[in-house]
Ligand binder design. Structure first.
Ligand SMILES: C[S@@+](CC[C@H](N)C(=O)[O-])C[C@H]1O[C@@H](n2cnc3c(N)ncnc32)[C@H](O)[C@@H]1O
Length: 306
């Protein structure tokens, strides 16, 4: 099989998260509770944009999208609500620059719901790609430490204590905010530009919440077109089997649920939703190429890159 054949299952955890970040991100990046795997950001950027393009992450966290973008010769702008994470993203960009990354990156500390007014007006309508992951669940992640005789303790599992952080606004509040953010993305994207968003279903009060499905619908109501729904693996592919990389905490949650008779599975992937801004109706060659977009969106065997 040719190595460059587009696939809907992305082998993005062939190396574990620590190995992917080692030396490429500043050490204290580990204090953020929910970082995107660098290989997911890098693959999305390589697939849906070209060198010289502008890539944006409206909820930038430690700046994984921005770091991978500037290493791949794209320019990048990140928006992050929490000053501490925005500062960390800036430190990671400075580190990437010191390692020879050729793209230019910057971070604005602001609310992603105001994306079109936060960006330089000159950039509005020129963004090729948004890569992002929404916050959800006040405390789904974190670092677990085991101490002999004292059990386990969890740390670095919150974005902040600010109730306005979108991690703390509940499902309805998050979907509402994402409608505003995705509408903003549709406004800043160039015609035919992409949004690549990682998101997972999660359990709440004994029910599985289909957040990917809900966000796909929100995206479509926000002026975007669902283009692909891919799987970014969080487990390594080795010959014919998967090597799980689930955290101690994730395994513990599944074990406890199973002990209560709930047949939960360990999550081994992120859904990667790809949405697209509609093309202009101009009759240029590029516009004609993206004008076929709705057909492609419903063809699961269609290639990832136009
Ligand atoms: C899942 S994390 C993103 C992680 C990022 N992809 C990375 O790899 O570091 C979501 C981020 O959204 C931020 N956030 C929450 N509410 C926000 C808002 N209204 N505007 C911008 N960022 C927000 C959180 O502080 C958190 O850092």
């Amino acid at each position: 099989m040719p190595a460059d054949l587009p696939l809907s299952v992305w082998p993005t955890a062939q190396r574990n998260a620590r190995a992917q970040r080692a030396g490429r991100y500043v050490e204290i990046s580990g204090t953020h509770p929910a970082k995107m795997l660098p290989a997911i950001a890098a693959r999305a950027i390589a697939t849906y944009s070209a060198p010289g393009d502008l890539v944006v992450d409206p909820m930038a966290g430690i700046g994984s999208t921005l770091v991978e973008a500037v290493h791949l010769g794209r320019d990048a702008i990140g928006v992050e609500y929490e000053p501490a994470w925005a500062e960390l993203a800036r430190a990671n960009l400075a580190h990437a620059r010191s390692q020879g990354a050729s793209g230019h990156g910057e971070v604005v500390c602001a609310d992603a719901r105001h994306l079109p007014s936060v960006l330089d007006p000159a950039a509005v309508g020129l963004v090729a790609l948004v890569v992002t992951s929404p916050p959800y669940g006040a405390s789904l992640h974190g670092r677990v430490t085991a101490r002999p005789g004292a059990g386990i303790s969890k740390s670095h599992n919150r974005y902040s204590t600010d109730p306005a952080n979108l991690a703390h606004v509940g499902l309805a509040g998050l979907l509402d905010a994402m409608a505003t953010i995705l509408s903003g993305c549709a406004r800043v994207l160039r015609p035919g530009g992409f949004v690549a968003m990682t998101v997972r279903p999660y359990w709440s009060a004994g029910r599985l919440v289909d957040l990917p499905g809900a966000l796909a619908r929100v995206g479509e109501r926000s002026g975007l077109v669902l283009y692909e729904r891919n799987v970014a693996l969080l487990a390594a592919l080795r010959d014919d089997h998967l090597v799980p990389r689930a955290s101690f905490f994730a395994l513990e949650q599944v074990r406890k649920a199973r002990a209560r008779g709930i047949p939960r599975q360990v999550v081994a992937h992120e859904d990667l939703l790809v949405l697209r801004a509609p093309p202009h109706l101009a009759s240029s060659g590029a516009a004609r190429a993206v004008a076929r977009l709705p057909e492609v969106a419903h063809d699961p065997s269609a290639p990832s890159v136009p």
